[in-house]
Design a protein around this ligand. Structure first.
Ligand SMILES: *Cc1c(COP(=O)(O)O)cnc(C)c1O
Length: 401
């Protein structure tokens, strides 16, 4: 699991205890890497336990799934999935069937539900890989039932009902048809009835309560099956929203489920990029494409090895910073495909040398922070994380236990 160097500081998470800790890497990866993404799967596991325990209030046994779509929000589904299974997670969600197939080879046993549903002609692929489609309308339900008949065995079915998102799921009219004609489920095992919240991160938004009422009303017509409503932020709306199965994604990966409040989750990723070259420029010289930044004074510029092809968005021009040896370093000029330029004039020369690693994401800059600078959310920052990074997986328990 831990492909990096053993931490040597058992029980201490460098992301918490040593703000300037550099990623642990073996020598070859260390030499070659332009940028290093470190994923702490121990922190993901701890976040999962915390969310699961949130569902265990008031003597209820609410189960907690894990949403692994978009390669586990950029962190690596085939590594995160088995790690969470070992932690006790028994149910997994992805978006695409291809994601399910890739995950299945890493996790032979566990239920994997494909949220995007059942595309025509893919029924046998679902069966062959032991995947469960979220059935989003009556047509998908009958196609899945036909597949169960063809394969001559009961297949698991997940029914997704739309309670206000108006994106995927059974419409109210179709849900009514299903409630009146339960025979449409014959030959299937109803494994889950689920819906998805529109604005769960806005605790005061009345849409939450309205969706809750609509979901409950539908469930009264379909008693008996396990039920699920809450994504990460939905868990924090309280036990009314928990039903039988929690469905967190973002919070597992350290994204704050409570925008505007302190983040209750442990940080999961750090990203360090290497300085490729430094140079001196005079006052009134420009840096990068379009000459979009001009030095006010004689300056030193460092160029690091990441760019928009790695998920460092172009909109970040002149409005964010990185950290180097305890210094906050402005990102200057346009973001290139493969390169970003920094104003390191105020960093001691010995620290800003070719080969030095700067912190792009880490204790000083969370994905939520970078998202704010980029006018987006941390979901987009995480899922845009590039595939050119050297990836290091560490499994460090949280430091405060
Ligand atoms: C993405 C997704 C989730 C997880 O949402 P988070 O906000 O990342 O916790 C849960 N359910 C459905 C249907 C989703 O699409």
């Amino acid at each position: 699991m831990d492909s990096g160097v053993a931490a040597g500081t058992a029980g201490v998470s460098p992301t918490v205890a040593e703000p300037d800790a550099r990623p642990a890497m073996d020598d070859a990866a260390n030499r070659r890497a332009g940028a290093v993404l470190t994923v702490n799967v121990g922190a993901i596991a701890a976040n999962w336990r915390g969310l699961r325990d949130a569902g265990r209030v008031a003597n209820r046994q609410v189960d907690c799934a894990a949403v692994l779509k978009a390669d586990a929000y950029g962190t690596g589904a085939r590594i995160v999935g088995p790690r969470l299974a070992a932690e006790g997670c028994r149910q997994f969600f992805v978006a695409h069937i291809e994601e399910g197939i890739a995950l299945r080879s890493a996790m032979p046993e566990h239920p994997i539900c494909v949220l995007n549903g059942l595309l025509p002609g893919t029924e046998d692929d679902f069966v062959a890989h032991g995947l469960t489609p979220a059935l989003n309308h009556l047509g998908q339900l009958s196609a899945w039932r036909a597949a169960a008949q063809r394969h001559n065995r009961p297949l698991d079915a997940v029914i997704h009902v739309d309670t206000g998102m108006h994106r995927l799921g059974f419409s109210p009219e179709e849900a009514q048809v299903l409630a009146n004609e339960r025979g449409r489920l014959r030959g299937l095992r109803l494994a889950l009835i689920m819906s998805h919240l529109v604005a769960s991160e806005e605790q005061g938004n009345p849409i939450n309560g309205e969706q809750l009422q609509r979901f409950r009303a539908f469930l009264r017509t379909m008693p008996g099956a396990p039920t699920s409503l809450a994504n990460s932020s939905g868990i924090f709306l309280g036990p009314d929203y928990h039903f039988d199965l929690l469905r967190p994604g973002a919070a597992l990966y350290g994204i704050n489920p409570l925008p505007g409040q302190p983040n209750p989750m442990l940080p999961v990723v750090t990203l360090h990029a290497r300085i490729l070259q430094t140079r001196r420029i005079d006052a009134l010289q420009t840096v990068g494409y379009g000459g979009a930044w001009r030095s006010a004074r004689p300056s030193r510029v460092a160029t690091i090895a990441l760019g928009y092809a790695d998920g460092y968005f172009r909109i970040l021009i002149n409005r964010t910073h990185v950290h180097l040896a305890g210094h906050r370093v402005p990102v200057i000029g346009r973001i290139s495909m493969d390169l970003v330029t920094l104003d390191v004039t105020d960093v001691p020369e010995a620290e800003a040398q070719t080969g030095a690693l700067v912190e792009v994401l880490g204790p000083h800059t969370s994905p939520d922070d970078l998202a704010e600078h980029a006018r987006t959310n941390a979901y987009e920052v995480m899922t845009a994380l590039g595939h050119r990074y050297a990836r290091v997986y560490v499994d460090r328990p949280e430091s405060t236990e």
